[in-house]
Write a protein that binds this ligand. Structure first.
Ligand code: UVW
Length: 354
């Protein structure tokens, strides 16, 4: 198919993997990268890199996002209990002995440990070059045509179950799931170097940390950023202290252009972190004259411009501690999202094997 844009955003890689590509930099996770990941398995020990999916708890950390609620199942027009249901076929056939549980869940797919698909964040951009910006996503896929917005009524009324959500006919999270998502993970332990207080890490500091820990990022590596935020959140036991969380955890400095260039030049495959946004979300910059810009510059750079998937609110502290005490930073990472067609994000239960 012909490319969907007359002009690509500056600093983007649109077209690098073909005009129809929907996987972005995950294309760099090749069979060789899987073998490199497997070569890092020396002990057979595994680490779960997910928070329990009902953490943070409540809606205070992100009012748009709803914790998992499990519902009863209706069968033959009757509710089958409060939390899922348990029934026995014996009611239907006295010769049968099976006792069966099912359940139903309603949750924001990006409530807890999650993947962002390339349909999660786009930009108002004039891809046609006709002077009119429109909603555009990675590789020129259009909001109007390919990634339809969900109903705003759901947000306004907070009755998510009654209204349709967004529908990504392109760039949905299933594209990532279909890739498998297994390869070599590399952990960068920011907390060890800058502590657990809120702090924007830019290019210079990141390079010093990589050098101090003798870490080399190679093309196709899946890079995990440990800040300690996920561990603090977990310790709050579903009662998040938002004031304390606002002072907790470092993040990448999305306004540092050298850092953004490094992300591209390193050819890393994806960026994952135990904080809420990988980048440190800062208040809107004040400029003398009004200027259009993203609120989340690293999201724009990665998801929209360069097809780099992001993972957030992972749980990395136990893995970071073990890797440091064993003088290592690499491991086999297995982290598929749900193969849920059309979704813009997904919960994840990533596993590191060392
Ligand atoms: C937004 O909240 C926009 O995104 P994320 O969860 O990816 O930080």
């Amino acid at each position: 198919m012909a490319q969907r844009w007359k002009q690509a955003p500056p600093g983007s890689n649109w077209g690098e993997f073909g005009p129809d590509d929907q996987r972005g930099r995950m294309n760099l996770v090749t069979p060789e990268k899987v073998l490199q990941g497997i070569a890092e398995v020396k002990e057979g020990r595994t680490f779960c890199l997910s928070l329990p999916l009902d953490v943070p708890g409540g809606r205070v950390m992100n009012p748009r996002r709803m914790a998992p609620q499990r519902f009863s199942v209706v069968r033959d027009g009757k509710s089958q209990g409060q939390q899922g249901f348990c029934w026995s076929y014996a009611g239907e056939d006295p010769e049968l002995t099976d006792v069966v549980n099912d359940d139903v869940v309603l949750m924001s797919l990006q409530y807890s440990t999650q993947w962002d698909s390339l349909a999660h964040v786009g930009s108002l951009f004039d891809a046609d070059g006709d002077g009119t910006p429109e909603q555009v996503f990675y590789n020129g896929f259009r909001g109007a045509e390919h990634i339809r917005a969900g109903s705003e009524d759901a947000l306004a009324t907070q009755e998510y179950a009654r209204f349709p959500g967004p529908q990504a006919d392109a760039l949905g999270i299933e594209r990532l799931a279909e890739h498998g998502v297994q390869g070599r993970g590399v952990l960068i332990d920011l907390e060890h170097h800058v502590g657990r207080t809120r702090h924007a890490v830019g290019y210079d500091q990141l390079m010093r940390i990589l050098e101090a820990d003798a870490i080399e990022i190679e093309p196709g590596d899946m890079v995990c950023i440990h800040t300690g935020f996920g561990d603090t959140l977990l310790s709050m036991n579903r009662q998040p202290d938002v004031e304390l969380l606002h002072k907790t955890g470092s993040g990448l400095d999305g306004w540092d252009s050298r850092l953004l260039n490094w992300i591209v030049d390193s050819r890393l495959a994806c960026l994952l972190a135990d904080n809420p946004a990988v980048e440190l979300v800062v208040p809107k910059l004040q400029t003398p004259t009004p200027m259009r810009r993203p609120r989340l510059p690293l999201h724009e750079h990665c998801l929209f411009k360069n097809g780099i998937h992001l993972g957030e609110l992972w749980y990395l502290t136990e893995l970071a501690t073990w890797l440091r005490s064993n003088g290592r930073s690499r491991f086999l990472l297995t982290a598929p999202p749900l193969r849920l067609p059309g979704a813009v994000g997904s919960p994840a239960t990533p596993i590191a094997t060392v």
